[in-house]
Design a protein around this ligand. Structure first.
Ligand code: ADP
Length: 247
């Protein structure tokens, strides 16, 4: 993000965003559960032009052994971007950004997974970004949540994530690449949702500058967006398990 770019880049034209969305409108979200045979739980998710796949393994005996905790499960989360997921080929393998995203995402799941039920176990969450268009950490968390449910892991709630941004002075929901790159600020949230209600925030980051009022407005927008995504997460899970009953 550069100030020079901010001045030049027209991201809102006639009150609409460049992709035609309203300020508080999500990109189209598609979710499919149970797409990988070998994983205990899996999910394919699209959020606009983002495409990701989540695989959950476990609970299984944690390895290496010295990592085991006799009183609870350990959770590992690996966010990874495929080399072909961005315009210019991304160097494969972990980098500072993916290590950071993996850490903050894992911490959000630490809040909901009932780790004490699985002593000495490991729960491994892998999320691969196949195509990136900003908001990938949020989309990956949404996919991982569904994959955890698909794996039958006991959780106190679901984690649902979405970002907001400030572009040309306006607060917008779920920014895509140009808005994320050339906007004035962006702020991803992850909420813990239980019994159909947002209970807490499990991830909150910010890049850029926002006023208190803008943060308040962004939070309200993010909460509404997250509830919409939550409904789609539920639907995807119910769809899979109700089909299985019929078969
Ligand atoms: P998020 O994807 O969670 O918004 P960032 O704000 O770090 O995370 O990244 C914004 C977008 O920038 C990504 O979704 C992706 O489209 C692009 N991007 C990130 N890393 C790279 C990279 N190494 N090469 C090219 N594009 C990248």
């Amino acid at each position: 993000m550069s100030d020079e770019m901010n001045d030049e880049m027209q991201l809102i034209v006639d009150g609409k965003r460049l992709d035609g969305r309203k300020f508080d409108e999500l990109r189209e979200v598609k979710i499919e559960t149970g797409v990988l045979k070998r994983a205990d739980g899996s999910c394919y998710l699209e959020m606009g032009n983002n495409k990701m796949i989540a695989a959950v393994y476990g609970p299984r005996e944690a390895f290496p052994r010295h990592m085991q905790d006799p009183s609870r499960a350990i959770i590992r989360y690996r966010y990874s971007m495929a080399p072909f997921s961005v315009d210019e080929r991304k160097r494969p393998g972990p980098d500072r950004r993916s290590v950071e995203i993996s850490k903050v995402s894992r911490e959000a799941f630490e809040l909901v997974v009932m780790k004490e039920l699985y002593p000495r176990s490991g729960i491994d969450i892998f999320v691969e970004v196949l195509q990136a268009d900003a908001g990938t950490r949020a989309a990956c968390i949404n996919a991982a949540s569904v994959a955890l449910v698909d794996a039958g892991i006991a959780m106190k709630g679901i984690v649902t994530s979405v970002a907001i941004a400030k572009v040309n002075g306006e607060i917008v929901l779920d920014p895509f690449k140009e808005e994320d790159n050339y906007g004035e600020a962006d702020m991803p949230f992850a909420f813990v949702i239980r019994d159909g209600e947002i209970k807490s925030i499990g991830l909150l980051q910010m890049d850029g500058k926002l006023s208190y009022d803008e943060i308040r407005k962004g939070l309200e927008m993010a909460k509404k967006g997250a509830m919409e995504i939550y409904r789609l997460q539920r639907e995807a899970i119910i769809r899979k398990y109700s089909l299985e009953e019929v078969e």
